[in-house]
Write a protein that binds this ligand. Sequence first.
Ligand code: ADP
Ligand code: MG
Ligand code: ZN
Length: 475
Amino acid sequence: MKQYETVIGLEVHVELSTETKIFCGCSTKFGGAPNTHTCPVCTGMPGSLPVLNKKVVDYALAFGLAANCHINQLCRFDRKNYFYPDNPQNYQISQLYVPICRDGYIEIETPAGKKKVRIHEMHMEEDAGKLVHDEWEDCTLVDYNRSGVPLIEIVSEPDMRSADEVIAYLEKIRMICQYLGISDCKLQEGSMRADVNLSVREAGSTEFGTRTEMKNLNSFKAIARAIEGERERQIELLMEGKEVLQETRRWDDNKESSFAMRSKEDAKDYRYFPDPDLPPVYISEEWMEEVLDKQPEMQPEKAERYKKEYGLSDYDAGVLTQSKVIADVFEETAVLCGKAKKAANWMIGETFRLVRERGISPDEIHFSPKHLAYIIDAVDKGEINQQSAKEVFEKVFDEDIEPKAYIEAKGLKIVQDSGLLEQVVCQVIEKFPDTVREYKDGKEKVLGFLVGQVMKEMKGKANPAKVNEMLRSKI
Ligand code: ADP
Ligand code: MG
Ligand code: ZN
């Protein structure tokens, strides 16, 4: 049987987290009442004029520089003309002829080692509004709050060969954006969207096959399934001696299959031309320097610093810095309790366990570092045992409760009253005379059993070291 290779190139849209839109002063906040974040510019009123938001260029530059791109110091905006009700001007302002960035790359980790995925270009553009289909009223409504929200579109070369590589690439883009603070890249909320271009070819062939483009993918899982499904569909066509048609397909994640939306449109179909309302943007050397100077600590440097400053292993530092949110929570906890290694263990152990169990992304954790720091301190001081600590942390993880109050309310505090402990120790000694004799005869091991009995009587709320000590002295 013939072997086939999958070839994938991505077009990724990232919504930039500027306060205001790309060409007007309206808010970019997600989720306001429909059409409340709008003005004549972003609703395409005749006579209104766009004014470029400098922050958008700052953010685009920050990404371009982080992704090793060549910067076009004189770039322009073009009109991409098409009619659709979510697009009130009947054109989208984008960049075709001279985009802000070209020829970069992003490095990903693969089982075979590091790999560079080349970036063909990256440009700035505006987002469209949202259509809301109302099944009951049998009509469609439009919300222009998203119209004019700034985007960057990152177009890769067809350098990826598997779903794993695609996901590694997307995760890397998300990581860079989060570290730069230019986007939260939430696939579910649409602040990061990926269109997947995919073709297959016989292994060893140097020519690319005909590709299709899949849109409407809003989770990594959907992307992985879509890639697998489309790869199989294309291979089947080729094996039957049929042709793959170049078209845009919509992946239906529920049906786990894709269907054709439209044949692929060309740039010429959009009748692009330079936008006469916007002057070209000149990016001086100073401007680039300024953006570079402001660039925050990125993942590799942060991981290095964690190793040096906190004495963490290579592995721990790597895991903790994959998500900026996780890194921030870890570091604040470590500073608050002064125990970096323990803070790291709580993040890598319990936090990631709960992230997996709750089926959320690490970026979605929302507990206060001071609450985890409190738990770490409480265990250290012997106030609660490890098992109670896990119980309290789970509550903190889910609801960010006040651990102190919870420990008290649930009576999880280890009993410090040595009178009570002494009483229980004596009871246990009386109850198990044979075991006590064995211990006296030199069988050290049986002490563990007695400690266990005391702990059981105390319902776990005793300090095992203290129990141990008291047993020895009493016997
Ligand atoms: P268009 O201008 O029609 O959008 P591009 O040439 O700019 O097409 O490519 C769009 C995306 O498709 C890019 O990410 C590119 O890497 C990818 N691509 C191009 N050819 C192929 C192919 N044969 N197989 C897979 N992906 C491809
Ligand atoms: Mg394209
Ligand atoms: Zn506006």
